[in-house]
Design a protein around this ligand. Structure first.
Ligand code: ADP
Ligand code: MG
Length: 239
C-alpha cells in the first residue's frame, strides 16, 4: 500500500495536508496521534470511503485513486474493522460472515460456510457460529467483525481503533487475534492508542498531528525515543 501527496479537505477544513507513506506486503504499521489529527480520514481515503482532494493511493498494485478503477473490486480486497463492530443484528455470527462472500464474491453456501467456520476458529469463536450479536460480548463481536473481514481474503486489513469501545478486560482477546494475524504475515494498517501493542507488534509506527506525519520509524524510535516535542507531549498523555 502506498500513499503519495494525499490531501483531504472538508470545505475549508484541511484534514490531511500532504501524507506520504507506504506499507509493504506483510508489514504492520500503527498510526498514533491525538484525536482530530486525521487518522480515521487517512484510513477512509485508502479504501475511498472518502474521496481524496489530491494525491495517489495504491493498494496491492492497483491505483485506487485512478478515476477509471473499479472501486468495488478494490474495496473487496481491503478488510476494514471499525471501533463500532457494525455486525448485522438480525443475523447469526456465521451468517454475518457468509453474506458478503455470497453476494460480493458469489461463493456458494457450502464454500462460504466453510470459509466462515475456518475464520471463526481463527478468532477463537468456533462455538459461537449460531449466536446473534446481542448474545456476544463486545470483544466477541469485534472478533466476529475481524473474522468477517478475513472471510473476504483481504490483501490489506485496516483497523480504526478496534479496541476503543471495549471494556478493558475484553481488549486483550482482540489484540491477541490481531497479533496472531500479524504473525501470519497479514499486511495491516492499525490506528490504535494501545501503545504496548504498537511496541510489540508494529514494524513501524507513524505519529500524526494536524493532518501531517510528524515522525515515523520503528516502535523503539517513535515510542521509545521520540524526536519531536509534539510526539513527546502526546505520548506523555497516553502512556
Ligand atoms: P482522528 O481519527 O485522528 O480523530 P478524523 O480523521 O476523524 O481524526 O478527523 C479529523 C478532522 O476532520 C476532525 O476535525 C473532524 O471533525 C474532521 N472531519 C472528519 N470527517 C469529516 C466530515 N465528513 N466532514 C467534515 N469534517 C470532518
Ligand atoms: Mg478516528
Amino acid at each position: 500500500m502506498d500513499v503519495q501527496g494525499l490531501r483531504k479537505a472538508f470545505g475549508e477544513l484541511e484534514v490531511l495536508r500532504g501524507i506520504d507513506f507506504s506499507v509493504a506486503r506483510g508489514e504492520v504499521v500503527c498510526v498514533i496521534g491525538p484525536s482530530g489529527s486525521g487518522k480515521s480520514t487517512l484510513l477512509r481515503c485508502v479504501n475511498l470511503l472518502e474521496e481524496p482532494s489530491a494525491g495517489r493511493v495504491t493498494v496491492a498494485g492497483t491505483e485506487v485513486t485512478d478515476p477509471d478503477v473499479d472501486i468495488d473490486r478494490v474495496r473487496r480486497r481491503i478488510g476494514m474493522v471499525f471501533q463500532a463492530f457494525n455486525l448485522f443484528p438480525h443475523l447469526t455470527a456465521l451468517e454475518n460472515l457468509t453474506i458478503a462472500q455470497r453476494r460480493v464474491l458469489r461463493r456458494d453456501r457450502d464454500e462460504a460456510e466453510r470459509v466462515a467456520r475456518a475464520n471463526l476458529e481463527r478468532v477463537g469463536l468456533s462455538d459461537k457460529a449460531s449466536a446473534y450479536p446481542a448474545q456476544l460480548s463486545g470483544g466477541q463481536q469485534q472478533r466476529v467483525a475481524i473474522a468477517r473481514a478475513l472471510s473476504m481474503d483481504p490483501e490489506l486489513m485496516l483497523f480504526d481503533e478496534p479496541t476503543s469501545a471495549l471494556d478493558p478486560e475484553l481488549v486483550g482477546d482482540v489484540l491477541a487475534v490481531m497479533r496472531a494475524l500479524a504473525q501470519e504475515g497479514m499486511t495491516m494498517l492499525v490506528v490504535t492508542h494501545e501503545m504496548s501493542f504498537a511496541r510489540e507488534v508494529a514494524d513501524r509506527v507513524v505519529f500524526m498531528d494536524g493532518g501531517v506525519i510528524v515522525e515515523e520509524g520503528t516502535p523503539e524510535q517513535v515510542v521509545g525515543a521520540p524526536q519531536h516535542e509534539r510526539t513527546r507531549t502526546f505520548l506523555a498523555r497516553v502512556l
